[in-house]
Design a protein around this ligand. Structure first.
Ligand SMILES: NC(=O)c1ccc[n+]([C@@H]2O[C@H](COP(=O)([O-])OP(=O)(O)OC[C@H]3O[C@@H](n4cnc5c(N)ncnc54)[C@H](OP(=O)(O)O)[C@@H]3O)[C@@H](O)[C@H]2O)c1
Length: 331
């Protein structure tokens, strides 16, 4: 059994980690921290975890083999060294995803740049062999995961790519803010960031494409949907052929191409509750425009599920152990 511990267990990703780890057949949860809820049962903040018997502590104590750090960016780099040594670590923040110069362009000064090279980038579809050998993994951002998986097969032809990304409310974490209040957040289709979103750095490092992102907040609780545009001389069959070639053996990448039925292009609605990414494409010959689509559950393939996929690789388990559930429907 893998003995797991979670730091930052009171957040949305922390809660999702606990839910998925609880159901994982090879994992025992040894400890989960929250400073705010120290000593309290987890259902105080995660009512869906009632019955697990888990309780928050302020610090981790006891033995464990696998640590998930689920704290805001900037915080991991302050606390991580205390835990480096005999355990494997997956950091879900942005702190170790990027080379120092790219990190500092988007996030400001890095306090521990000498540690960055010790981390593998935790996107299994691109870095599986590195992750298998790694002790430390930096889990990708949710928007970055959606865009990179769509763009990667076309990275040689998508020089002028740009993406429109629609994000759910849970992608922003649990912190309280006025714009997150029900009266302000429900029914929105709002520009969250028009340009220079931080995940552009990850997309550039992973694909070589400088792909500007425009991020919209939309009225869903879970999910990220990316639409990527670029110009090329191609056709739809070639686009799909490339996607099939790159992702043929990938368990969690599903290519959507339907003429009938209710999901003709990827749709967030049909990935919710799962570790799957649905990708698809179309082509307009007149404008020479390729349009790619990508849908994920931000808390699973965009966060906790992908972290568990990485943990499975780090411990030599089948990659889909504990992740074999299909999406919820209807959701
Ligand atoms: N939400 C998503 O869709 C998503 C997807 C991918 C990656 N991520 C990343 O995953 C991380 C967690 O995201 P989230 O959405 O769960 O955020 P969140 O809801 O804001 O939760 C973060 C948790 O970290 C704890 N924390 C903060 N500073 C800490 C410190 N110095 N030491 C220990 N614990 C600390 C807080 O718990 P206490 O105050 O109770 O201790 C808080 O509940 C972030 O880096 C985020 O960018 C999020």
């Amino acid at each position: 059994m893998i003995r797991a511990a979670v730091i930052g267990g009171s957040g949305y990703i922390g809660g999702e980690l606990l839910r998925l780890l609880w159901m994982h057949p090879e994992v025992e949860i040894m400890a989960v921290t929250s400073r705010k809820y120290e000593g309290k049962r987890v259902e105080v903040v995660h009512p869906h975890l009632r019955g697990t018997g888990l309780r928050f502590s302020r610090k981790i104590s006891g033995d464990y083999d696998m640590l998930f750090l689920s704290v805001p960016h900037g915080e991991s780099q302050k606390i991580i060294e205390e835990y480096m040594g005999s355990v494997k670590i997956i950091d879900l923040s942005a702190d170790f995803r990027l080379p120092q110069d790219v990190y500092e362009k988007y996030y400001g000064t890095h306090e521990r740049p000498e540690l960055i090279d010790r981390f593998a980038y935790g996107l299994p579809e691109l870095h599986r062999e590195e992750i298998k050998k790694a002790d430390y993994v930096a889990n990708p951002g949710c928007n970055a995961t959606a865009v990179i998986l769509a763009l990667y097969p076309f990275r040689d032809m998508a020089r002028d790519a740009m993406a429109d990304v629609k994000v759910s409310s849970s992608a922003g974490g649990k912190k309280e803010n006025l714009m997150g209040m029900h009266a302000e957040r429900s029914n929105v289709v709002r520009v969250y960031r028009a340009w220079k979103h931080r995940h552009e750095g990850e997309i550039f490092v992973q694909t070589g494409v400088r792909c500007p992102l425009t991020i919209h907040s939309v009225d869903i609780v879970r999910g990220v949907f990316a639409t990527v545009y670029f110009h090329a001389d191609t056709n739809e069959i070639s686009l799909y052929r490339r996607m099939y070639e790159v992702y043929r053996d990938e368990i969690f990448v599903k290519i959507v191409r339907e003429r009938n039925g209710i999901e003709r292009y990827p749709d967030v609605k049909y990935v919710i509750g799962s570790n799957y990414v649905h990708i698809g494409a179309t082509y307009d010959a007149e404008s020479r425009r390729v349009i790619l689509f990508s849908a994920i559950d931000n808390l699973i393939k965009g966060g906790a599920g992908q972290a568990i996929q990485n943990m499975n690789l780090m411990f030599g388990l089948a990659e889909d152990t504990g992740l074999k559930y299909l999406p919820l429907y209807p959701a």
